[in-house]
Design a protein around this ligand. Sequence first.
Ligand code: CU
Length: 149
Amino acid sequence: MGVEMGMSRNVCGIVGSLFVVGLAACGADPSDAGGGTSNTVRGFVAEWSVSVDAGSAMAGEVNFTIANEGSIGHEFLVVKTDIEVGKIPLDGDHFPEPAEGLEVIDEIGEFPQGTTESLTLMLEPGKYQLVCNLPGHYAAGMHTGFEVL
Ligand SMILES: [Cu+2]
């Protein structure tokens, strides 16, 4: 799975979350799972984005395999929150953990560029954000929405 594919899938996922029709259209094309539902999620972190190849998963065990495609270290947090994507209130250059209105389910701690890490979690239904909360990184765009159905 290439980087460029992951990026396009992420865009599709955002559209799909806004429009049910878009979600169906994305799911219909087997070459583009963006916006689709999968409990085996692949993606990458880089400056300055978090991108995954599925927009949602079914409640239960979800595996995230995340490559650091950037040129510096990043982390990968799975945050359960109803706060709008990208709008978690910051305290300085990052958001506090814990904080009101969000729950950090688990994380891949900072891992080096060029490496891939995996994280398997039991997730309950709800809205999530997949983010990097290193200083300045969330504000720079390292966040994407994810939903557990
Ligand atoms: Cu980062």
